[in-house]
Design a protein around this ligand. Structure first.
Ligand code: ADP
Ligand code: MG
Length: 228
């Protein structure tokens, strides 16, 4: 079953006289519950694709449809509510709020939504991610791997349908990187959350249900598409 699709999605930047097609007419249908890896060289459009699919940016043209909702027909306010409730995003640089503790960071999306925390669920996440002893620490007192695990908990706090992760292990050493990826796969399989992961690591991509390779803003290869 399809959870999201994009149609002729493009993002064009004007660089002086020239136009840069960060994303060029990309159409994809994403399966619910899947683990989709996005690969490609630096500058091929991976982050742009993730930002557009997750409502973090606006396309120059094209559409993104999540279930029955066309993302970019919503007002900015409606879009941020949808994004907060249905999508989680994990960045390479963690992006935790430095003045808040681990626990406060995790709780932030729930509080922004004026909802009561599902404490049992959050505790399950905290144990799954192994961050119970970091909850009262500020990000500055955590290792990179710990910060990234807190940021995964934050991304999952509202029980999103889709988790987007943009090179989440890019700043981590090999061991913490592997731990973070194991956790993301676990979240995908055990919680049934669709995972869209940008990675340079071919070993990681191999474990995905589908690998989409970008080149110059276009889909150069897609293992999920059946050949005619
Ligand atoms: P990737 O994540 O695969 O490294 P990006 O999606 O970040 O690639 O970028 C794709 C292309 O779009 C690159 O050529 C990049 O330089 C360009 N680009 C991205 N963001 C901007 C921007 N804000 N202004 C101008 N060009 C941009
Ligand atoms: Mg990128």
């Amino acid at each position: 079953m399809e959870i999201m699709r994009c149609e002729s999605l493009s993002k064009v930047y004007q660089a002086g006289e020239n136009k840069v097609y960060a994303l060029n007419q990309v159409s994809l249908s994403l399966e619910q519950g899947g683990f989709i890896a996005v690969t490609g060289r630096s500058g091929s459009g991976k982050s742009t694709l993730l930002h557009l699919l997750s409502g973090l940016d606006h396309p120059t043209s094209g559409r993104v449809i999540y279930q029955d909702a066309e993302l970019y027909k919503y007002s900015d306010n409606q879009l941020s509510v949808l994004r907060r409730r249905r999508f989680g995003f994990v960045f390479q640089s963690y992006n935790l709020v430095r003045e808040l503790t681990g626990w406060e960071n995790i709780l932030l999306p729930v509080m922004l939504d004026n909802r009561r925390a599902d404490e049992a669920y959050l505790n399950q996440l905290i144990d799954l991610l192994g961050i119970r002893d970091r909850l009262n620490h500020l990000p500055g007192a955590m290792s990179g791997g710990q910060q990234q695990r807190v940021s995964i908990a934050r991304a999952l706090a509202n029980k999103p349908a889709i988790l987007f992760a943009d090179e989440p292990t890019g700043n981590l050493d090999g061991k913490s990187g592997r731990e973070v990826l194991t956790l993301l796969r676990h979240v995908n399989r055990e919680l049934g959350i669709t995972l869209v992961l940008v990675t340079h690591d071919l070993n990681v991509a191999e474990q995905a249900d589908r690998v989409i390779q970008l080149e110059d803003g276009r889909v150069a290869h897609d293992s999920g598409v059946m050949q005619a």
